[in-house]
Design a protein around this ligand. Sequence first.
Ligand code: ADP
Ligand code: ASP
Ligand code: MG
Length: 457
Amino acid sequence: MKVLKFGGTSVGSVASLNNVKKIVESIPGKAVIVVSALGGLTDKLISTAKMASGGDSEWQNEMEAISKRHFDIIKNVVPEAAQTEVNKTIEALLQELKRNYEGIFLLKSLPEKVLDVIVSFGERMSSVIVAAMVENGKRYYSPEFIKTEKWYGKNIADRKLTDKLIKDTLGNLGENEKAIVPGFISTDTVSGEITNLGRGGSDYTGALIAAALGAEILEIWTDVDGFMTADPRIVDEALIIDHLTFTESMELCTFGAKVIYPPTIYPVFHSNIPIKILNTFNPEAPGTLITDHPQLNDLEVKGVTALKDVALITITLKSYNEIQEPLKRAMNVLSKEAVRIIPVANPDPYSELSFAVTASDARKSMEMLGKEFAPELSSGKITPPLLKENLAAVALVGKDMRNKSRLAARIGHSLRRQGINVEAHSGGNSDTTLIYIINQEKSSEALPLIHSLVFEL
Ligand code: ADP
Ligand code: ASP
Ligand code: MG
């Protein structure tokens, strides 16, 4: 059985919804279909919430527009016989959404829990519409079986419980049934309150379901012909990649390629379920296949991408013989707080240690390093950690990257020649990824440059 996930643009208009209908109805037998909110709606729900909580009564017009968009779509895609019922369900959801906006407008504040409820309406509504338009479609409400728990202040999937609940709910579909599931949304295991899996999280809903059911494939239907060698909005010459390994796709996604929400890859990787990236607007295109093994005609280098909002931390050691011991201590203390560390080559292997972190973790990291090295700082054995912000980590992902030192050096030279300073680089410490830490504003210049050096020979 297949699990298919359709993103926002795929369910965002009458024309694209008709494509979704065709694609889903052509699947023989049963399938699970995960849907996002109508394209752009999650952003709209958030901006309207900010308006309302900020006391701007313009939120009412936004609310009107949200309602109109849904009713217009229903009129054009849902079979006439089902329209009254669907309109009634959507109307009830919209009323509930409106009550939430009224509440925060009066309160003049936007508690996180209320925002989580507000953003949940996008997928709650789109799934009702898709279920009504697809033959043999039946809606299943994911907050009943996608469960989250708190982890360092974030909501992460409660895998064990979620796995069991998915099997109980979706394990016995009818012969030709198409189970329509809202992506992104969930509930907290302990409190039962509505939560979500993070922006872009519908991909992850699909992966959790595919893994729990042992699906044959997870198809991610989006608005491009496949995973590309670079973000097509930044690099015009970006090419479609035929095949990627799980590890390569994970590296590309964690370093900023938006095509797949990064946590998506773990569950399917562990269950060895292939992922396919396909285009709802061009279903004939072969797309990109992601599996565990390289294939014969795979490209050596797969793609280049940039992760923005990165900070570089450097500590100078005054009287150490080597950096290993302080480096290990720094890594240990940061990993205890779940800080994501991007390792880079140390500028001076005897007296300087460096690594990058995401900007959101930068302050916390500096505090923790200050505490960890308090004795050494007061005795002057090390200097206070230095923080450099507004950086991007540009990542080039492929096979055997550790042995591509000539390519790595050539890229470094070209960046410098173009006036792009390389603040740090990975220096061959990963088999799959070369990293260049550069000024964030230069990343849209660096990507086409690196792309032309590697892919446009
Ligand atoms: P969906 O709404 O279907 O989840 P997303 O917007 O999350 O779609 O992801 C698809 C978009 O990701 C594409 O439209 C494209 O602009 C962008 N993108 C960024 N990097 C890449 C890449 N390397 N390959 C393909 N698309 C990319
Ligand atoms: N609708 C949610 C978002 O825009 C989830 C998703 O589309 O995957 O982030
Ligand atoms: Mg997405």
